[in-house]
Structure formats: structure tokens, C-alpha cells
Design a protein around this ligand. Structure first.
Ligand code: NAD
Length: 424
């Protein structure tokens, strides 16, 4: 029923999201009525934007906004700016956000946006024009009670500042009335620690799993695919806890460092050159080797569908911590589960960002100011508590962590649907 309704095909984020939902529907024995209501998406918008770049060139591009579900609160989810993002990708990512906000326990639903352009092809001024064009085009779909975006691949805190500025400018006010966007710079109402929250959250779940397994962090060998916001912060944080970063890749190339590399110095290089390539003391390797690196923990932190039935057999890691959204296809998931590889699923593993976005949302709504200590303390507690909840269900019902997290997430949304009532 689910596939027929969405007509999804292929092997992308939407198919992975639908597969995971379908499995949860079967495990929880949900009725067709409830499953159909949750399947959504509530709103799927395609926009055509025609911003005029500072060089006078008119760019015609597509942008997408999807509100998957808002039973538990306003839709929440980042803006992806990549040259190949599709409406189906954004729908799958929005669906994942519904489960992520639910499992991490914040009063939000799931949403996502996409802007189909290569951010690396734009000057900083050109990117600002594109972001402002998106904000004006999507304005009707944004709002503290509707959909609140944040950064995702290809967007950052400066872009979020421009969204807030564009909205407050159009209202002729200094600030917006409530929180329209999270992940802003601290100087414009952002919360300290938001930028690092996703990467640190990933590491808190790895530490919790290692504690449970009796594995020492000291000397743990870690490979990281993607060295942007999530990957670089996760690498620095896990190295700070004593682990060794033995392989890293980004879109420009890949590095092997069997004796470990300094991720903070690598992040500084990436800031300057935009690439991990050429880092002293490392050797360049085939990007595929990073996923298959000889390591204990693999952190995919780039993009979707990277671990597939083609390479799942060759993954050497004992633990996969899904920093990226939907990095593992359902076929690969099956292979890895059979091999006993432990996967901390994306909806739990990378939920630190949306949790701290929730802190930013409440801070702005209440015109409060939170300290970095408060934010980091609450993030660590929430990630560890939710990991424990998922782990308990995993053990109790003999499930994988992905299935347990999905059961918890979908059940909370079902409870919300039933509490609201089925009729509007
Ligand atoms: P980013 O744009 O800051 O970084 C992406 C990184 O991945 C870059 O280093 C890029 O070069 C690299 N990359 C892209 N394609 C690659 C490929 N095929 N192979 C190797 N490297 C590749 O993005 P980000 O915010 O760090 O997001 C990374 C992932 O984490 C995405 O899947 C995103 O949806 C997910 N995520 C991000 C957040 C957040 O708060 N930023 C929260 C939850 C999930």
C-alpha cells in the first residue's frame, strides 16, 4: 500500500525511509487507516526560483519544501543545497525527521527543504542571493508553528542568519516574532553549541554503546566518511576521548592514516583549502577504502546510500554510527545485521542537532539566553538517555537498534494521532 501511494522507486532516501516505515508498521501491527495517516506527507511543495546573481546572470533552479508530519509539533528539518537533490529525497528526509524528533523526544514533527544548486559554484554573495530567493519563495511554508528549517548539507549558520534577516526585513522588524529558523549564529539568537551538536551527539551514542560492550575508547580505530559539519566535529570529539582517526574522506578525495591523524588540524586545513587532500603525514587512498577501512567504528557522515549491497560484505568496522541520513540501504542493512555489525541508526545517532535546535527554539521563544554548559549538559544527557531507551527495547524484544528506534518513534506519533483524534 505504502509504495503504491507514493509511487517511489529506485534506491534513494525515500525508498529507505519507506522501507523502514513499512517494517515498523508490520511490527507494530498498525491498521491501514493509522499507517496511511502517518505515511503522509502532509505537504510537498516544488518551487521555481529565478534569482539574479551579483554578476547579472539569472539562475533558474528548483527548490522543495516538504512537511511530512506535524502531529507532535511544527515540522523541523534542515535545508539541503546540492546540485542533485530531488523532491523525493526531500520527502524521504522529511519522513526521517518525523521519526528523529519523535525518538529524541522534542515537540516537533518532520520537515525538510532542498535547493537544487551546487553551493561550490556560487560566490558568497551569490549564495546569499539564492538563500534570500528561497526564503521569499518558501515564506508561506515557514513559521514557528509551521516549519522551522536549519542547516543541512551545503548550508550553514550564515545562511540561517540570512533567512532570519530576510523575514524580519520583510516584516519591518528587528527580530522575528518567534523562532523561524535554527542553527543561526549566536550573535543573532543562535544557541551556543548548535554547530557542534550533531557531531558530538554521534559520539555520545558511540561512547554509550562502547560502555555497554565493554570496549575501551582509548585507541579505538575510527574511519569517517564526509568531513563537513558532522564528520569533522565527530572526528574531533571522538579523538578527544582517546580514539584514533585512521581514514577520512570528503567529496574531493580520501586519506589513510594507520597511525592516526589530528582531526582538529585537518579541520583547519579544510577551512583554508576546502579539501582534506594533501594533509601532512597521510597518504591519499581510493574513497571507497574509507568505508572499508580496517577500523572498529565507521562514521558515515556524508550523504545517503553509501553502504549498499555492493560493499556491505567488505565493511570491517564492528560499529557503524550513522552521522549522515540514510547512509545504509535496506539491502546493506540486512547483510550487516546478519554479519553482527552493530548499527546506531541515523534517527538516533544524528539527532543531537535537532535536540539543540529545540533548545534554540525555546530560547528564542522565551527571549532567554542559555550557556554552553547548559546546552552541552542537556545534549549529553538526552543522547545518553535515548540511547538507553532504544537499547533496552533492543534487548527486550530481540530487535536491531534501527528497528527498536523506529518502533519507539512511530509509536509516539501513533499515540499523538490517537490523542488528537482522527477527524480535524
Ligand atoms: P556538510 O555539507 O557540512 O558536509 C558534507 C561533507 O560530506 C563534506 O565534507 C563533503 O565534501 C562530503 N561528501 C559529500 N559527498 C561525499 C561523498 N560521496 N563521499 C565522501 N564525502 C562526501 O554537511 P553536514 O551538515 O555535515 O551533513 C552531513 C550528513 O549529516 C548529511 O547526510 C546530513 O543530512 C546529515 N545531518 C546533518 C545534520 C547537521 O546538523 N548538519 C544533522 C543531522 C544529520
Amino acid at each position: 500500500m505504502i509504495r503504491q501511494e507514493t509511487q517511489a522507486s529506485g534506491n534513494g532516501i525515500l525508498q529507505t525511509a519507506l522501507h523502514n516505515f513499512e517494517q515498523a508498521v508490520n511490527r507494530l501491527q498498525l491498521s491501514d487507516e493509522i499507517a496511511g495517516k502517518i505515511l503522509g506527507p502532509k505537504e510537498r511543495i516544488e518551487l521555481t526560483l529565478s534569482p539574479i546573481l551579483p554578476n547579472g546572470h539569472v539562475l533558474n533552479l528548483k527548490a522543495f519544501v516538504v512537511r511530512h508530519n506535524d502531529v507532535l509539533g511544527p515540522a523541523k528539518g534542515g535545508i539541503r543545497m546540492t546540485p542533485d537533490v530531488t523532491l523525493d529525497d526531500v520527502t524521504g528526509l522529511a519522513m526521517e525527521m518525523t521519526w528523529k524528533t519523535s525518538v529524541i523526544g522534542v515537540p516537533f514533527g518532520g520537515g525538510k527543504s532542498g535547493i537544487r544548486v551546487d553551493p561550490m559554484s556560487l560566490t558568497p554573495e551569490g549564495k546569499e542571493v539564492v538563500i534570500r530567493a528561497f526564503t521569499r519563495g518558501a515564506r508561506r511554508h515557514l513559521g514557528p508553528e509551521i516549519y522551522v528549517p536549519a542547516p543541512d548539507m551545503g548550508t550553514n549558520e550564515l545562511d540561517m542568519a540570512r533567512i532570519r534577516d530576510c523575514i524580519s526585513y520583510s516584516q519591518a522588524t528587528s527580530i522575528t516574532d518567534g523562532c523561524f529558523v535554527t542553527g543561526k549564529p549566536v550573535i543573532l539568537g543562535g544557541v551556543a553549541g548548535r554547530r557542534e551538536a550533531t557531531g558530538k551527539g554521534v559520539v555520545y551514542t558511540v561512547l554509550a554503546l562502547c560502555r555497554k560492550l565493554g570496549m575501551k575508547i582509548e585507541g579505538l580505530r575510527v574511519a569517517v566518511q564526509g568531513f563537513g559539519n558532522v564528520g569533522s566535529v565527530a572526528a574531533c570529539e571522538i579523538a578527544r576521548n582517546g580514539a584514533k582517526i585512521v581514514a577520512v574522506s570528503d567529496v574531493t578525495g580520501a586519506l589513510g592514516a594507520p597511525d592516526g591523524l589530528d582531526p582538529a588540524a585537518l579541520a583547519a586545513q579544510v577551512q583554508q583549502t576546502g579539501s582534506v587532500v594533501g594533509f601532512p603525514g597521510t597518504k591519499e587512498v581510493d574513497p571507497a577504502q574509507v568505508l572499508e577501512a580496517d577500523c572498529d567504528v565507521l562514521i558515515p557522515a556524508a550523504t545517503q546510500s553509501q553502504i549498499t549491497e555492493k560493499n556491505a560484505d567488505r565493511i570491517a568496522a564492528r560499529i557503524i554510527a550513522e552521522g549522515a541520513n540514510a547512509p545504509t540501504t535496506p539491502e546493506a542493512d540486512g547483510i550487516l545485521n546478519r554479519r553482527g555489525v552493530l548499527i546506531i541508526p541515523d534517527i538516533l545517532c544524528n539527532a543531537g542537532g535537532v535536540f539543540v535546535s529545540y533548545l534554540e527554539y525555546t530560547q528564542e521563544t522565551q527571549r532567554e539566553q542559555m550557556t554552553i554548559e547548559e546546552v552541552e549538559g542537556r545534549l549529553a544527557t538526552r543522547m545518553t538517555d535515548r540511547f538507553r531507551d532504544v537499547d533496552e527495547l533492543t534487548e527486550k524484544n530481540g530487535l536491531t537498534m534501527r528497528d527498536a528506534a523506529m518502533n519507539l518513534a512511530v509509536q509516539r506519533v501513533v499515540d499523538g494521532v490517537l490523542a488528537r483524534g482522527l477527524l480535524p
